[in-house]
Design a protein around this ligand. Structure first.
Ligand SMILES: [Zn+2]
Length: 130
């Protein structure tokens, strides 16, 4: 299957990995809406969050809350926003990003960041995710 996120799970594609457990992996979005924007994906390929079984759904949402606290500590944002769309990559992913006002989750603000910038953000966030 030609899925970019499955390739990240298998290690075939590199990512700015912030977190990993048995069933999930979290990494920076390389086209962030906000600085510090990252995604959580289940390792198992699935396409629609509300198709997850009860356990999978609960686990990924629990993880989103845990990781949101780390992102909030790292960025000092007022809130952490959560969004799920899934029209770009089909592999289910939850977006988490720092938000400070209405409209900060606007997907039209997606913009490819330079590797230099991503590395800088990654190095800042990583200690908070240990
Ligand atoms: Zn996949």
């Amino acid at each position: 299957m030609d899925c970019k996120f499955c390739k990240i799970v298998s290690g075939e594609l590199k990512c700015y990995k912030l977190y990993e457990d048995e069933n999930h992996i979290a990494f920076l979005d390389i086209s962030p809406i906000q600085e510090g924007h990252f995604m959580i994906i289940p390792k198992k390929h699935g396409e629609y969050i509300f198709d997850l079984d009860e356990t999978e759904y609960t686990e990924i949402m629990k993880l989103a809350r845990i990781l949101s606290k780390k992102l909030k500590d790292a960025t000092k944002a007022k809130k952490i926003g959560l969004a799920v769309e899934g029209f770009g990559e089909t592999h289910l992913h939850i977006h988490l990003m720092p938000i400070n006002k209405a409209g900060d989750l606007d997907p039209c603000k997606h913009k490819r960041a330079s590797d230099e910038k991503l590395t800088e953000v990654y190095n800042h966030l990583l200690p908070f995710f240990k």
